[in-house]
Design a binder for this molecule. Sequence first.
Ligand code: SD4
Length: 307
Amino acid sequence: KSRKPIVISTWDFGIAANAAAWDILKNQGSALDAVEAGVRVPEADLKNLTVGKGGYPDRDGHVTLDACIMDAEGNCGSVAALTHITHAISVARKVMENTPHVMLVGEGALQFALAQGFEKEDLLTPEGEKAWKEWLKEKQYKPVMNIENKSFPVERLPGNQYNHDTIGMLAIDAQGNMAGACTTSGMAFKMHGRVGDSPIIGAGLYVDNEIGGATSTGVGEEVIRTVGSFLVVELMRQGYSPEAACKEAVERIIKKKPAIAKEIQVGFLALNKKGEYGSYALQKGFSYAVCDAEKQDRLIPGNYIFK
Ligand code: SD4
């Protein structure tokens, strides 16, 4: 049983998120509290174009959020297509703790959030609205790879297609317990009502306190098709290292849909019970952040299949 706390999360904005999680972990706090606090950072960050407030809208101009959370006992909570609430992850946690259900969607999720005391906000920022209006000119739905990465050359973007941005986070606390969280505004300019992998337990996130946890980022449809995060955890159960398990899950996507796989990005990130971590992506450009007692701001480039 690992007693060395660690937190890892997707993309370079994971560094700031990990720092908030680390404040809790280093003071003997729970992994569950840590991952919730961690992913709230990009949710509130208006510069982050597709997590929480400031996220890009769907094709009809609505910002709709997907999030889920899972703890060491296998409890989980999730919201999908949630509007008007910045901290979707905290609503997901309330679903886990205050309802007999795992998942609430759309209007019902919003009603529940308001009843729990969350504040109703407008999540579409002027920048988001501008990008949407720009997008309306051509109305082409084409996910852009690695847009989450700050170092992504913006000039390579066709028009204004800032696309996906998800934070997935996994942590082990000082008691050796694991938890995970995942939150996103999903693919920019998606169809209204579209739900991605991020709020789906087993697809965008899975945690098994005996084995480890996994999370994903990228084009959610391909992750749902292959139940990606659950697959990664089950492969670790069979003895795969976190990186080897993530690689196998990426290869499964290629096997199922070879033509699609070449054109899109999907990345998996995994942490096992021993505190070992690893990742694998379809394409170059995925990165993840690692934080433990030794070093708080490591940013690691993910291995990948296609250049
Ligand atoms: C989705 N997986 O909605 C999310 C998007 C994403 O980085 O990960 N973006 O399909």
